[in-house]
Design a protein around this ligand. Sequence first.
Ligand SMILES: *Cc1c(COP(=O)(O)O)cnc(C)c1O
Length: 362
Amino acid sequence: MGVLRRYKELLPVTPSTPDVNLEEGSTPLIPLPRVGARLGIQLYGKFEGCNPSGSFKDRGMVLAVAKALEEGKRALICASTGNTSASAAAYAASAGVPCFVLLPAGKVAMGKLAQALMYGATVIAVRGNFDRALELARAAAERAGLAMVNSVNPYRLIGQRTGAGEVCEALGERAPAGKGLRAPDWHAIPVGNAGNISAYWAGYQEYLKLGKIDKAPRMMGFQAAGAAPLVTGQPCPDPETVATAIRIGNPVSAHLARAAVQESGGEFNSVTDGEILSAQRLLASEGGVFAEPASCAPLAGLVKLKGLGKLPEGITVTMVLTGNGLKDPDTALSSLEQSGGARPIEIGDTEEELMRVLEGRR
Ligand SMILES: *Cc1c(COP(=O)(O)O)cnc(C)c1O
């Protein structure tokens, strides 16, 4: 069941809201016992890469698009580091409306660009960074009467809250008592435009108010060192990081994210590109989950905090693995290359050659 139906009591869905649905949400909370053991914690990854367009953006996009159609809007526009455009383009295709996406030229992972084009969006590459593309999209939405589906659209964040409830349900099912809902001790999440951390916090707060959980987690936000305005406290005019999904210098939802971290007793931390790529390899090779670089900032952060003696022993931590690793194979392959890691071993077509490789590897 898609997000609009599954969560209709929690969402502003009315009888006249169109039933937009790509069966988004209900993503798995994957246990990561080997990685958790290294860190001395119970570690889980909420694998949002299982959403239809391969990122968490679908949870909010489905609501934003449904409400835009309900309000009579007939075309969508967004600025994107990649995943918002893939998601918007997918829902626009499903609903049969045009979609315009503004991307920072040359700074979008190939898989995401391929998605937007395949779904049939008009892709406009802006020679400027994401923050500038967002300003342009906002101005154009205003002038042309288009539905703006960036996370400045309030429905995006409302839809994204649904992830928090799913985390609590899944942890509840795994708890020894086996009943009820349970929040993690820490909720670790990458922060770009800062919408998702704000949405998860709102989701946990909602469940707390409804009495479904008895405590909310600490919200631990992780940014890339080259794009860390919430860590430094200053907008970053020239954001740069291999984690393109969080290459954002002036987060739209900074105020909400600061409140989430403050109210929950959490923290913002930054991690270097090297730490992110190393966490990405660790998550894949010891977790069995291939997530895109931005999604691995939280794991990089946990590793770093562990090294600093700041990761409490035995706590339960959920990380939001925000996007699928398949979206950006170039970065993954060059990271393996640079770390002296795996590459294909080419052989002739004889059994002997094959056996030599197998014996050398056991
Ligand atoms: C959008 C995105 C983020 C950042 O989320 P914000 O809500 O902008 O903070 C992180 N990871 C991935 C894969 C994304 O697509």
